[in-house]
Design a protein around this ligand. Structure first.
Ligand SMILES: [Zn+2]
Ligand SMILES: [Zn+2]
Length: 187
C-alpha cells in the first residue's frame, strides 16, 4: 500500500462517513431551529453568525484533512524540504524508521493507518481520515474550536426557542412565521 497523502484519500474509516452525516445533520437542524424562532431585530445577525461559524468549521476541517503531515525527512519527494532538528546532524546519527526504511526526525512516529512517518504525531484522526501532527495541528485546533463555537451557538439558540415557546406559546406562534415572506407564502 502506498502511504496515504492526506485525508481525502481512501480507505475511509466509518467515522468519516458518520462525521459527514453529523455535520450535514446538525447544519439542517440548526437552520430549522433558526427558521422557527420568533422574529426579532437580531434575526439577520443570528443568521450571519450561523453561516460564518458553519463555513469556518467546514473549511478548517477540510484544510486539516488536506494537509499532508508527513515527516519530509523520510519522504522520497526530490523537492522535499527535510524536517531535520539541526543541519549539523549527520545522516548516520539520525533516527531511522524500520517500516519506512528511511531516516526520520527524532520527533516523528510511524502511523500504521497512513503508512508513513508523521512529524510530532499527536494521533490518527479517523473522523478527518488523517494524522494530526505538527503540520496540521493548528488547523485541527481551529476545527475543534469552530465545531465547539457552532454547537454552543446552536444549543443556545435552541434553548432560546424552547424558553420562548414555553413562556409565551401564543406570541411564539404569531411571530414565528417571520421567514414566510422570504419563501413567498405569506398568509
Ligand atoms: Zn515510518
Ligand atoms: Zn495516520
Amino acid at each position: 500500500m502506498a502511504p496515504r497523502i492526506n485525508g481525502m484519500q481512501s480507505p475511509y474509516a466509518p467515522q468519516l462517513i458518520l462525521l459527514v452525516f453529523t455535520v450535514v445533520g446538525i447544519g439542517l437542524m440548526h437552520f430549522l431551529v433558526l427558521t422557527s424562532i420568533p422574529q426579532s431585530e437580531s434575526a439577520l445577525p443570528v443568521l450571519a453568525v450561523s453561516v460564518v461559524l458553519y463555513i469556518a468549521m467546514l473549511i478548517t476541517g477540510v484544510v486539516t484533512s488536506g494537509i499532508n503531515p508527513i515527516d519530509r525527512t523520510s519522504s522520497q519527494a526530490p523537492d522535499a524540504e527535510a524536517d531535520l532538528d539541526s543541519p549539523a546532524v549527520m545522516p548516520a546519527a539520525r533516527p531511522h524508521c524500520s517500516i519506512c526504511v528511511r531516516p526520520v526526525n527524532g520527533q516523528s512516529k510511524h502511523c500504521k493507518y497512513c503508512d508513513k512517518c508523521v512529524m510530532r504525531l499527536d494521533h490518527h484522526c479517523f473522523y478527518l481520515n488523517t494524522c494530526i501532527g505538527r503540520r496540521n495541528y493548528k488547523w485541527y485546533f481551529a476545527t475543534l474550536l469552530g465545531a465547539l463555537l457552532f454547537c454552543s451557538f446552536s444549543f443556545g439558540l435552541s434553548l432560546y426557542a424552547l424558553v420562548s415557546y414555553y413562556t409565551d406559546p401564543d406570541g411564539f406562534e404569531k411571530k414565528r412565521n417571520w421567514v414566510s415572506p422570504c419563501i413567498g407564502n405569506e398568509n
